[in-house]
Design a protein around this ligand. Structure first.
Ligand SMILES: C[S@@+](CC[C@H](N)C(=O)[O-])C[C@H]1O[C@@H](n2cnc3c(N)ncnc32)[C@H](O)[C@@H]1O
Length: 249
């Protein structure tokens, strides 16, 4: 009887383990587990992802620069920057004269990013900071561009995270986020295109464009209503809230 129970239970436990810790990367177990798992995967992340640098340049870096034209020195916040994918492809673009602040909650992902930034001597273009996507340590209306790639579905409250990104985006600023397409294994974690459009419209975003990007993700581009002067290259501390304003969870 005991052996029979084990034979039946083992595949179920194995499946649950795979689903909770591997396939959905801890997302149903809470923020701390997600971050702990990214800390654990950090050294392998780039090897597993195998990002195509030329494709990233063509589909992320160049379109950002085209969409902020004539500005060449945008101040960008990359939320959930991971190992620095977006900051690095911006810094490698010869037309980019701005600055990217990459924020992530995983110190080990940031450690990998820091090494890559130092190896390419991109410190003038990139700063990296540890923080929570739902509680950004930046002042309102600060950034020319805010990005968040392949990460919204891992955040505890996507609407709150999106509202936070829009808070720090300056009026007229550009937002780039992604929607995960394959939702089979992540019920209730990913938004449809229609839902994303509705949520962004309710947050005063305009000209929402959804574009095919990778096998697993679409890109969503949108602009914050109204206009304001570009922020341009600013020292990261100029857009930082005073420590008393920042609540670290
Ligand atoms: C799939 S990775 C994407 C990284 C990067 N944007 C890219 O495209 O390679 C998701 C990232 O979200 C970060 N993350 C998860 N929850 C977070 C949170 N609450 N605040 C900030 N970063 C978070 C993880 O540490 C991880 O680096």
């Amino acid at each position: 009887m005991t052996i029979l129970a084990i034979v039946f239970a083992l595949p179920i436990v194995g499946f649950l383990f795979w689903w909770l810790f591997i396939e959905t990367e801890g997302v149903y177990l809470g923020r701390r587990v997600v971050i702990a798992l990214y800390d654990l995967y950090a050294a392998r992340y780039d090897r597993v992802k195998q990002f195509d640098e030329q494709a990233d340049l063509a589909l992320i870096s160049l379109p950002i620069m085209e969409r902020v034209e004539p500005q060449t020195d945008p101040l960008i916040l990359d939320v959930a920057t991971g190992t620095g994918r977006l900051p690095l492809i911006m810094a490698r673009n010869a037309a980019f004269a701005g600055h990217v602040i990459g924020l992530d909650a995983s110190s080990r992902m940031l450690k990998v990013a820091r090494k890559k930034v130092a190896a390419e001597r991109f410190e003038a273009y990139v700063s990296l900071t540890r923080g929570d996507a739902q509680n950004l340590p930046h002042s309102d209306d600060s950034f020319d561009v805010v990005t968040c790639l392949e990460a919204l579905e891992f955040l505890p409250d996507q609407r709150a995270a999106l509202a936070e990104m829009i808070r720090v985006l300056k009026p007229g600023g550009l937002l780039l986020v992604s929607i995960r397409i394959d939702t089979r294994w992540m019920p209730n974690r990913t938004w449809s295109e229609a839902r994303m459009r509705r949520e962004l419209a309710a947050m005063q975003m305009r000209n929402v464009r959804v574009e095919i990007w990778q096998e697993d993700y679409s890109q969503v581009w949108a602009w914050k209503a109204r206009e304001s002067k570009p922020t341009g290259v600013a020292r990261p501390d100029q857009v930082q809230q005073s420590p008393s304003q920042i609540a670290i969870p």
